[in-house]
Design a protein around this ligand. Structure first.
Ligand SMILES: CC(C)(COP(=O)(O)OP(=O)(O)OC[C@H]1O[C@@H](n2cnc3c(N)ncnc32)[C@H](O)[C@@H]1OP(=O)(O)O)[C@@H](O)C(=O)NCCC(=O)NCCS
Length: 262
């Protein structure tokens, strides 16, 4: 599917560009601690400006708790509690992950025009690899980030969960619709503390449609399509359209017909 090209008014476009250029420079220039850049950026997004320590001291305790929580060194995320986390790999990404998540929840977080550009800037700092023309809508979550790779022309829609605990590899020209869940870890049915990390792969030109789920370790073949609400519990063959719980083949696409990503 081809998207319409949209833009804001000239002054807003200038300010969006300036914000992202400055942010990119501060985060990747190597001259600033990313934790401090994130703290200041979130203060500006939520409070309009950077507050001095004296100003912070005079605020009510709840506001001070909010300000402390803008600093990635003062927060924890769920994946940090997982025992198999690669602490160094996660720590390198944590400020960027926190900025992405808090940007989405800020007053500008639902602005897709700015959000697509912001997330394209942040994605290479967080994920294992990101191909060309990555497009991501708001409220997307993942586990570690460093175990998640995207090919070229991938679109991730709203409220998607990509649990890359055991690794998720996403091919080229993939569309992931609203509220999709892709997992790469599961738990033993008798002993919940026993975790199985199983790499999950989504092939090229795959469509995971609204509210579908792919369970850990499943391989979804090239050109396959997972129907709305389906739960994939086993590998999906290339070109197959699967529906239902557990997902079963409903149709097989003609592999010679051109497939387009929506
Ligand atoms: C899987 C899907 C593509 C099938 O579409 P289709 O090829 O036009 O199939 P049909 O509508 O002819 O349905 C065939 C049968 O499968 C059933 N079916 C269709 N979608 C189903 C689904 N998601 N789950 C369970 N059954 C489904 C139909 O009820 C019908 O059953 P019947 O033969 O007993 O009447 C479609 O239902 C779907 O899930 N689309 C998702 C929309 C989408 O593209 N979203 C992404 C946009 S970003």
């Amino acid at each position: 599917m081809t998207y319409r090209e949209l833009s804001a008014q000239p002054l807003a476009e200038d300010d969006f560009g300036e914000f992202l250029t400055e942010l990119n420079h501060s985060l990747t220039g190597g001259h600033r601690n990313p934790n401090e850049v994130v703290l200041e950026t979130l203060q500006q997004l939520y409070f309009g400006r950077i507050l001095s320590s004296n100003e912070c001291r005079d605020l009510p305790a709840a506001a001070r708790a909010t300000l402390h929580s803008f600093d990635p060194r003062n927060i924890t995320t769920e994946p940090e509690y997982y025992s198999e986390i690669e602490v160094k790999l996660y720590a390198e990404r944590k400020p960027f992950i926190w900025l992405w998540q808090m940007f989405d929840r800020s007053p500008v977080g639902q602005n897709a025009l700015l959000g697509h550009r912001f997330r394209r800037l942040m994605a290479p700092l967080i994920f294992k690899s990101v191909g060309e023309y990555f497009k991501c809508w708001h409220n997307v979550e993942w586990s570690f980030g460093y175990n998640l790779s995207f090919g070229d022309n991938v679109v991730v829609h709203r409220h998607v969960l990509l649990d890359d605990r055991g690794g998720i590899e996403i091919g080229d020209d993939v569309s992931i619709s609203d509220y999709v869940n892709v997992y790469s870890h599961t738990h033993d049915i008798y002993e919940i503390s026993r975790v199985y990390n199983l790499p999950t792969r989504i092939g090229n030109n795959v469509r995971l449609t609204y509210h579908s789920t792919v369970l850990a370790g499943c391989q979804v073949g090239d050109n396959a399509m997972v129907g709305t609400g389906a739960v994939v519990t086993k590998d999906v063959e290339a070109n197959h359209i699967v529906v239902g719980i557990p997902a079963k083949t409903a149709k097989i696409k003609n592999p010679t017909s051109a497939g387009a990503t929506s």
